[in-house]
Design a protein around this ligand. Structure first.
Ligand code: NAD
Length: 263
């Protein structure tokens, strides 16, 4: 399992904003050094997150990479290892949403969502595992699935399929890499108030002829705990998955959604 101690290193993809930023800051607060990774056009947001991490007294590396591109991901892992020394925790958080009915979804839409949400997680898991196996002391690989990996949401079909894929990939990776001391688990958030849900609300309300904000409000009504989820709610669970406390857990995709979908 991942080595204990103050010098553990975590990588967070899609770390420039939203849930990824919340995870990066939380892990820094937990005492890990962090590499924040995102697309090249998110560089200024990445630098802001890096500053927040350093303010917590931890080292931070910034890397730009498109997770859909395996070579890019491998180069990013090499850069992180060069700058921070090793990788103990890898959070494959980057993802995109496409809000369209299944009949309107084109093959290009489908491929685009899969290339980031599923192939991007595959590239990330594989590069992380290769590095951890070479290091020889195990590690923790963590992926972003979603509540839709258990129950697809209307107008989010390709997205839902990609997240079911992340759930399957997480089980496959856990099965093959346990012998290397690597655990692989995924988090399944519900409705988190990030730019991703701003986009979902925009597209849903446009399609339904409703005022902006109405789709988010209606969807929030199904949350038993009565409020929109915050990145910190997700990050608190990822903190557990990244910590030795979860050493006996692998292959799980755990719903943390305020009580929308029971598993
Ligand atoms: P967000 O859109 O706010 O942030 C996603 C980040 O990923 C952005 O910084 C973006 O630039 C980055 N990214 C996108 N494509 C990338 C690529 N090809 N390579 C590298 N980085 C890329 O979204 P969020 O709400 O913070 O979501 C984070 C993760 O959590 C996603 O995988 C998402 O599917 C998942 N999730 C979100 C919700 C929600 O309600 N917001 C619910 C369940 C799961």
């Amino acid at each position: 399992m991942a080595e204990k101690g103050p010098d553990r290193i975590a990588v967070v993809t899609g770390g420039a904003r939203g849930i990824g930023r919340g995870i990066a800051e939380r892990l820094a607060g937990d005492g890990l050094d962090v590499a924040v990774v995102d697309l090249a056009d998110m560089r200024s947001e990445l630098d802001e997150v890096a500053e927040a991490v350093r303010k917590k007294g931890r080292r931070c590396a910034v890397a730009t990479c498109d997770v859909a591109d395996a070579e890019d991901v491998a180069a990013m892992v090499s850069q992180v290892v060069r700058e921070l020394g090793r990788i103990d925790v890898f959070v494959a958080n980057a993802g995109i949403a496409k809000v369209k009915s299944l009949l309107d979804t084109t093959a290009e839409d489908f491929d685009q969502v899969m290339s980031v949400n599923l192939r991007g997680v595959f590239n990330s898991y594989q590069a992380a595992a290769r590095q951890m196996i070479e290091q020889g002391h195990g590690g923790k690989i963590i992926g972003a699935a979603s509540i839709v990996a258990y129950r697809p949401f209307e107008m989010l079909s390709a997205y839902s399929v990609s997240k079911w894929g992340v759930r399957g990939l997480t089980q496959a990776a856990a099965t093959e890499w346990a012998k290397h001391g690597i655990t692989v688990n995924a988090y399944c958030p519900g409705i988190v108030g990030t730019e991703m849900w701003e986009l979902i609300d925009e597209k849903l309300t446009e399609q339904q002829g409703k005022p902006r904000g109405e789709a988010l409000r209606e969807n929030t009504e199904q949350i038993l705990l009565g409020r929109v989820q915050e990145p910190a709610d997700v990050a608190a669970f990822v903190s557990y998955l990244a910590s030795p406390d979860s050493d006996y857990m692998t292959g799980q995709s755990v719903i943390i959604d305020g009580g929308i979908q029971f598993s």
